[in-house]
Design a binder for this molecule. Sequence first.
Ligand SMILES: [Zn+2]
Length: 259
Amino acid sequence: MEEEQIITAFLCFWLAVSGAALGSFLDCAVSRWAAGEPGFLKGRSRCASCGHTLGIWDLIPVFSFLYRRGRCRYCGERIPAGCLASELAGALALAGLGLRFGPSRELAQWAALAALLLALSLTDREKRIIPDGLLLAAAANRAAWFLLLGQGKGEILAAAAACAIPAALLALVLVFEKLSGKEAMGGGDIKLLFILALYLGWAEMLLTLLAACLLGLVWAALTGHGKGSALPFGPFLAAGAVLTVCCGGPVLAWYFSLF
Ligand SMILES: [Zn+2]
């Protein structure tokens, strides 16, 4: 193996471990936030059923869940599978970004965005809310890296072009809602698309939307969700954006080669 490949493999391993730990922390914090607990970012982790404080061996992301077969060691109650899903999502997202960008400043920008996207996916899952604070943090992260990466006019023009996509979508949604009197898309989803437009080019935005819709359809088909109540779209947009950043390049290159 080349030295560069060894460094990337090492980086991705530790990013996966950190991503799983981040997913575990965020899942716990968002569950407490959704339950209205004060100080949801602090305090030791507890079992949601019996309230037993969890020890170090109960807190190893993914492995604790699999080893205990998804049950609490103290009361035997099932641990929500959503916790494992958050850990896996965090691990996959950060490892994927590590593979895409390698050790670089771009990686730091995208890893911070991925952490915020995971947090807002969880609040959307729990409460159908995408908090403005998380969206503002994502915008601030982009602004900071715009300066740190020494970017300029080209990136501003690209962001303006990409914003045309959520703007067009917003216009469509408003017209549809006016005519039908039904809610077509949550306001939080549109705001999230505007934030993503600060990071992605217009073609990547379209790919993100396409990927999000496909993931949503597959999820609805597999789980039977979304028949009675609308599926929260934030997690799918977030997953679509990370997928597009990690592996959208070849897809777009192929598509544009057709013309
Ligand atoms: Zn328990």
